[in-house]
Design a protein around this ligand. Structure first.
Ligand SMILES: Cc1cc2nc3c(=O)[nH]c(=O)nc-3n(C[C@H](O)[C@H](O)[C@H](O)COP(=O)(O)OP(=O)(O)OC[C@H]3O[C@@H](n4cnc5c(N)ncnc54)[C@H](O)[C@@H]3O)c2cc1C
Length: 597
């Protein structure tokens, strides 16, 4: 059986030592927030994940959701767990208190997300999109929509969806056919069919609020003609009680590879009553508020699953005895040595650990900048933070989910044949992790976003700002004798990233496909540099805390340094092959005759 251990010690380190979270208390609304408070909330969330959510992870997968005559039932125990989760105030954690939220930093939402998704991704999908819908209505909705819907979303009394995809329009949303006819009373009549809608129908709450992309009759063609509508499953009376059923039905649910406890629905809208969110024809822009948060959230899903797989793999590797260590017997009293003594098992476990801990640091770093983006009193800080978050969002989504899939696969491999058997739980982590590379924009679409939009923006402003942050860390770590070799490694990889950027920009201007052919490798190169940046900072702070007496055991800091060594010596060299591949250009891809595939 797999085990789940919430990474609360690591979060204590990240929230109270690695990053200066004390700056948050200077922001309006966060006066009471201290690093210790953040770590305590993380600890509480961790307990909930261990005790309430993880015990339903395997049973939810085995049972899955069912659909009968439009009614969807979630697996046993999900309803009670959801109520407890919502009742604990976790859904509205970072929401505006004016609309029922708790007003805690956005950073905490991502901390909690990692653990909730790692312990039970299927269950996490129901409240997951609700938080995004809350923020989207908050930023783009009318005051009437805000007061009517947001408090119920914050409390978890209702959940929400994002309805973009149609059978013929996935990545290319400009092709959607769902229509919205304006009505005399200011509402719109929405008709069309959406597919793959997460939590589109379920039995956890009495109402479901759909945020739907549709086209008005006068819409310009393509993605410039998309508007967003709020369409409730049940209409809501002026006093907030539920009224009649709206024209929204669930046509079926998908039978899929993973996240089987999450209902993925076909949703039919038949003259359903909806209300415009934001401006007409600007729906895609509004939806990006939801999608950007969701993209970070998907990155954290990958991180959480990789972490869950790591702990289960370690427990098995400590216990399982097979063969003798190549360097001599390690378990003389037993018939064989524990497999954790084999170099290749250790290599796999260290890959998982170095990825998850580096990625966790990067997610907290990004989360902190989200609070800077929305709360810092001065515009330059807000703008710099917004640039950083925009640049890192596709990297976190795609790099985390790609490496999470690799990590969960390594976790499965650690158990050998037992990893392939359901009752050990490791194959579920692999199946559940796979979707992260696909939804919220496939990972290649993230790479195109990075290369095609984020790099050119403001004449390369985003990357310049990020490079300055890396250079700052290189300068600080370069002063520490124990870290000079690691700093040289990160400096070399950062230079490769700069050179790769120039190559892609130059070649891409002559032929867009050159950039398209290199984009996924470029994003991965970026990911390795970003984690290298985090590991360098981690080493510097770990050394400082060890010397000055930090709040954690000396062994915690030593383990960080040992994990960082693996990252720099055995993972970071990937940047060389990625750089060589990018440098070779896309000719071999583009010149291959289509008929020969
Ligand atoms: C379990 C699950 C849950 C989901 N939840 C939701 C949800 O809640 N709401 C919602 O609206 N949608 C949801 N989706 C849909 C999901 O976001 C889409 O599947 C995804 O965006 C890809 O669209 P598609 O499947 O149509 O693939 P396509 O767009 O057909 O893409 C096929 C392949 O072509 C590539 N490709 C496409 N366009 C380009 C291009 N211009 N350049 C290079 N390569 C390209 C893609 O990367 C992909 O590999 C969900 C899907 C699943 C499976």
């Amino acid at each position: 059986m797999p085990t789940y251990r919430a990474p609360i010690t690591d979060y204590r380190f990240l929230l109270t030592e690695l990053f200066d979270t004390s700056r948050l208390s200077a922001y309006a609304g966060y006066e009471e927030v201290t690093p210790d408070l953040l770590a305590s909330v993380a600890e509480e969330a961790g307990k909930l994940c261990e005790d309430l959510l993880f015990p339903l992870n395997m049973s939810g997968d085995a049972e899955g959701c069912t659909w009968e005559n439009g009614v969807v039932r979630t697996p046993k125990g999900f309803k009670e767990a959801y109520k407890a989760y919502a009742g604990g105030g976790w859904i509205g954690l970072a929401g505006d208190p004016a609309y029922g939220g708790q007003g805690l930093p956005a950073l905490l939402r991502y901390v909690v997300d990692e653990m909730v998704c790692g312990s039970n991704l299927s269950l996490a999908m129901y409240p997951g999109l609700t938080q995004g819908a809350f923020e989207t209505i908050h930023l783009h909705g009318s005051e009437e929509l805000k007061t009517k819907y947001m408090p119920k979303l914050a409390s978890g009394e209702w959940t929400a969806t994002m309805c973009l995809t149609e059978a013929h329009a996935g990545t290319d949303l400009g092709m959607i056919r769902t229509r919205a006819e304006p009505m005399d009373d200011g509402s719109a009549s929405v008709s069309g069919t959406k597919i793959f809608i997460t939590a589109g129908e379920h039995d956890l709450t009495d109402n479901i609020i759909h945020l739907v992309l549709a086209k008005l009759p006068d819409a310009p063609a393509g993605s410039r003609g998309i508007s967003m509508f709020l369409v409730p499953k049940f209409l809501v009376n002026p006093d907030g009680s539920l009224g009649t059923r709206n024209g929204v039905t669930c046509g079926s649910i998908e039978h899929k590879m993973g996240i089987k406890g999450s209902a993925t629905c076909v949703i039919n809208f038949d003259n359903a009553k909806g209300w415009l969110v934001g401006e007409a024809h600007k729906g895609l822009r509004a939806m990006f508020t939801m999608m950007n948060g969701a993209r970070l959230g998907v990155g954290l899903q990958g991180l959480g699953l990789a972490d869950a797989s790591y702990h289960s793999a370690v427990a098995y590797a400590r216990d399982r005895v097979q063969g003798r260590s190549l360097s001599g017997v390690k378990n003389p009293d037993g018939p064989a040595d524990q497999i954790i003594h084999h170099a290749d098992i250790r290599r796999g476990l260290l890959f998982m650990r170095a990825f998850t801990e580096g990625a966790r640091a990067l997610s907290v770093f990004c989360g902190l900048h989200i609070d800077d983006e929305f709360r810092a009193p001065d515009a330059p800080t807000r703008e710099a933070a917004a640039d950083l978050v925009a640049l890192l969002t596709p990297v976190i989504k795609a790099f985390f989910t790609d490496l999470a899939f690799e990590s969960t696969n390594i976790g499965l491999q650690t158990l050998g044949g037992h990893g392939y058997i359901r009752e050990y739980g490791m194959e579920q982590f692999v199946r559940d992790a796979r979707i992260g590379q696909i939804y919220e924009g496939t990972n290649h679409i993230q790479a195109l976003d990075l290369v095609g939009r984020k790099l050119p923006e403001g004449g390369g402003r985003l990357l310049k700002r990020y490079a300055a942050l890396v250079a700052e860390e290189l300068a600080a770590s370069g002063q520490v004798p124990q870290l000079s070799a690691f700093a040289t490694t990160v400096g070399g990889a950062a230079k490769q990233l700069q050179d790769a950027t120039m190559l892609i920009m130059q070649r891409g201007m002559a032929n867009g496909d050159e950039a398209g052919g290199a984009a996924s490798e470029y994003l991965r190169l970026f990911g390795y540099v970003a984690l290298g940046h985090m590991w360098l900072r981690t080493c510097r702070v770990a050394l400082e805390k060890k010397a000055s007496g930090g709040s954690l055991d000396a062994s915690f800091y030593d383990t960080k340094l040992a994990t960082a060594r693996f990252y720099f010596e055995r993972m970071m060299p990937m940047t060389h092959s990625l750089f060589a591949s990018i440098s070779a250009g896309s000719g071999a891809i583009l010149d291959f005759p289509k008929e020969q595939f």
